[in-house]
Design a protein around this ligand. Structure first.
Ligand code: FAD
Ligand code: SF4
Length: 398
């Protein structure tokens, strides 16, 4: 007699502290904390890069490599800049992500939302949950700027009998989610993604804060902004600005998680709707509607948003080319020069979508070199064709 229990339910989650299948490249996405570890060889973003195939399944087509905006930003129907007319106090930006999730629950589109609250004793320690009320969604507002095991709650979904679900997450989490989506027993899955880059372990985050901020213990929020500065917000409401070019690159070189140094899914290619900031003017959020499911989510909050068209200004390529050897050698400018450089670049540098391309190019070239040097055997399969084409625009050191 054959058993009716799905095969994956017999698999055993990874024991805490044991070495994950992707070894040091694991981004702690949470999949292996569940019996869905059964699918890890196909599903893990760091063992089996399959963005083009999964784009086809999620959006009905993979990105058109001959179209510049598709090449850079992935499959999309529309992009725009937006901000909430009434921002949510304490959200990362204006709170568009939290607002969509609350509306999805209150308007009955979904029964639960996978999102990340913080540990009771650590404001940046991630605590993934399935939120069932707007209050629980709002308790997850603001980035936990560290690797987060969002998918660790997946077993609870199948066991709860939930049929309609929204998952909020970053690229590596969403890639693994898409790969196991058909095993979750859902009737409808909505995926709301954010871009993500340069993430760190909790220990790495501490090192970053201590190396970069004057008051690491009081930081409640930070972001690498389009004005080429890191904006730290402190408990007392004060803001501290540190120019990118003054960061201690030598000290910080090893701070980013190895998973993030090998990632080429900055723009969260597989989400239905992406909400970030980097393609929008300062103070606005950047929205990428990838498919009809994404549009459905955005429509729920449209009347709460001011919007404007995206634009592109400047030319990033020289700045990217010059930054490659500087980063490689770990050059740190004296603070006065870094501030001056930040001011000049902010005045004449790339803006809007061109800033987003600047950031994508800088990270892809850096990550390509990292993979080539540390995991040469992974290079042919792990780097997607779109990323290879982006990297090919530049001259890289050996
Ligand atoms: P909020 O309403 O404050 O909601 C934030 C949501 O993020 C919450 O629902 C929470 O569940 C979720 N979340 C928090 N931490 C994590 C985490 N570690 N993993 C997964 N989900 C999480 N945008 C860019 O344009 N460029 C970038 O380089 C960029 N880097 C990012 C790096 C990280 C680690 C993260 C988490 C986000 C990044 N973003 C980036 C997205 C951006 O910072 C905002 O999160 C986004 O614009 C949404 O803002 P909001 O005010 O609408 O979010
Ligand atoms: Fe497992 Fe996720 Fe780590 Fe890959 S990244 S080994 S799927 S926990």
């Amino acid at each position: 007699m054959t058993s009716l229990i799905p095969k994956h339910q017999k698999a055993k989650a990874l024991k805490p502290g044991s070495r994950p299948p992707a070894k040091e490249l694991c981004s702690e996405c949470g999949l292996c904390d569940t019996y869905y570890i059964h699918y890890v060889k196909e599903a893990c973003a760091f063992l089996n890069q399959q963005i083009a195939e999964l784009e086809e399944e999620a959006h009905g087509r993979s990105r058109n490599l001959e179209k510049s905006d598709d090449l850079y930003f992935g499959v999309h129907q529309e992009m725009m800049a937006a901000r909430k007319k009434q921002p949510i106090e304490g959200a990362q930006w204006t709170g568009i992500v939290s607002t969509i999730a609350c509306e999805m629950l209150t308007q009955g589109q979904v029964e639960g939302v996978v999102c990340v609250q913080n540990q009771p004793d650590d404001r940046f320690g991630p605590m993934p949950v399935i939120a069932r009320t707007p209050e629980e969604v709002l308790a997850a507002k603001v980035n936990k700027p560290t690797l987060s095991p969002n998918l660790s709650v997946l077993e609870q979904i199948e066991q709860s009998g939930m049929k309609r679900l929204l998952v909020i997450g970053v690229g590596c989490q969403i890639q693994a989610l898409r790969a196991v989506q058909s095993e979750l027993g859902l009737e409808k899955l909505y995926v709301l993604g954010t871009p993500c880059v340069d993430n760190v372990s909790r220990a790495g985050l501490q090192k970053f804060l201590e190396t970069t901020s004057k008051s690491p213990d009081t930081v409640v929020h930070y972001e690498f902004m389009q004005d080429f500065r890191v904006h730290f917000k402190h408990e007392d409401g004060s803001e501290e600005l540190v120019p990118f070019f003054g960061l201690n690159t030598k000290e910080l070189k090893d701070v980013f998680a190895p998973s993030c140094m090998t990632c080429f899914d900055y723009v969260n290619s597989l989400a239905d709707l992406v909400v970030g900031y980097m393609g929008a003017p300062f103070g606005w959020q950047w929205i990428v509607v990838r498919n009809e499911t994404g549009r459905e989510m955005l429509n729920l909050v449209q009347d709460q948003l001011d919007t404007q068209a995206v634009f592109s200004k400047g030319d990033r390529q020289q700045a990217v080319q010059q930054s490659i050897p500087a980063y490689d050698k770990g050059v740190t400018l004296p603070m006065w020069a870094a501030k001056l450089m930040g001011v000049v670049i902010d005045k004449i540098g790339p803006k809007g979508l061109e800033y987003a391309r600047f950031s994508i190019d800088s990270h892809f070239t850096r990550n390509y070199l990292y993979v080539k040097r540390n995991y040469p055997e992974k290079l042919p399969h792990h780097v997607p064709e779109y990323a290879q084409r982006i990297v090919n625009q530049y001259q890289l050191p050996e």
